[in-house]
Design a binder for this molecule. Sequence first.
Ligand SMILES: NC(=O)c1ccc[n+]([C@@H]2O[C@H](COP(=O)([O-])OP(=O)(O)OC[C@H]3O[C@@H](n4cnc5c(N)ncnc54)[C@H](O)[C@@H]3O)[C@@H](O)[C@H]2O)c1
Length: 339
Amino acid sequence: MAWQYQIRTRICNTNKLRTILITGCAGFIGYNLALSILSGNSKYKLIGIDNLNNLTGLKIKRDRLKNLIKFKNFSYYKISITDFKKFEEIFKNFNISIVINFAALAGVRNSNIFPKKYFDSNVNGFYNAIFLAKKYKVKKFIYASSSSVYGDVAVFPTHEKISITTQKSFYAMTKNINEILSTYISSETKMKIIGLRFFTVYGEYGRPDMFLKNIVSAIIEKKTFNIYAFGKHERDFTYIGDVVKILNYILFKKSKSLKNSLIYNIGSGRKIQLMDLINIIEDNLSMKGKFKFIKRQKGDVLKTHSNNNLIQKDYKKINFTDIKKGIKNYVKWHKNYYY
Ligand SMILES: NC(=O)c1ccc[n+]([C@@H]2O[C@H](COP(=O)([O-])OP(=O)(O)OC[C@H]3O[C@@H](n4cnc5c(N)ncnc54)[C@H](O)[C@@H]3O)[C@@H](O)[C@H]2O)c1
């Protein structure tokens, strides 16, 4: 079936609502944020763009979009942020006040296999997004970085001021370039620029290429699942509901520390070892998994654990969702969506 929501190149803007642009709107985090804005804040018109690539699941991206296009103040355009001309049409035709750039090729392991593709979307595409936002005098530019920029740092919980030296994956390197470019551009513009280092976000409508989806499916389907780093990985898992709440603060409230540009850790501040997480999943499914323990893969970071004091100081104390509750919500959604 030909995809029905094709780009319209001539768009007439008669709408007086303030406009937010989300790139990567069909993706996991972009979708959940878009849904919360559309459900809660009718003062804004939302433009979503996404190229619907297959790397992080095409069916789920279409399903997410189907939910978004039900809202009358949402418009979707199938554009790649690497296509400067088509991307600029959006800025010419809408009076965009906030840009949220979440479009990127996500995932560490694939980035070492397809570095050129990652460079195009994550670096060239990112440049187009921030350049156009500056050119069209957008007020706020929010973008996704990643906890992976920290590599194998030795300081836990890791705070934003720690110096970042070498990257463990091509993906992390692209995100590090975004941060450097943003800091540079912030000296040339009044636009407020906010980078977000996400720590393993999970939850409903999560990415099908991520650990959580794959392990839950493997246990349900009684398949053997490979556990890397012999199960010693530790991760700061951050529930999507909390991420969306924080993103709403960043979008609509004033930050105490923000002058020109700023980077926040977006993490729960709690770490969990993989085998403990697997126990929680097994309890929720009332099933035991079959595992093969193997060594750490190239590019994988052994441990992540965020210090989230800065975001809580600047906005509000956040009661992060307990992992047991978050996993319960996820497993319920997973069974309903996939089976
Ligand atoms: N999910 C996490 O745990 C996590 C952790 C760290 C960083 N991030 C970053 O957060 C952002 C959102 O992540 P996500 O988990 O929602 O990933 P996702 O893959 O679900 O969403 C990204 C979306 O961007 C789109 N996209 C990719 N390249 C594009 C291009 N050139 N033009 C237009 N659209 C394009 C994809 O089709 C996808 O729908 C990404 O930048 C990712 O790198 C996510």
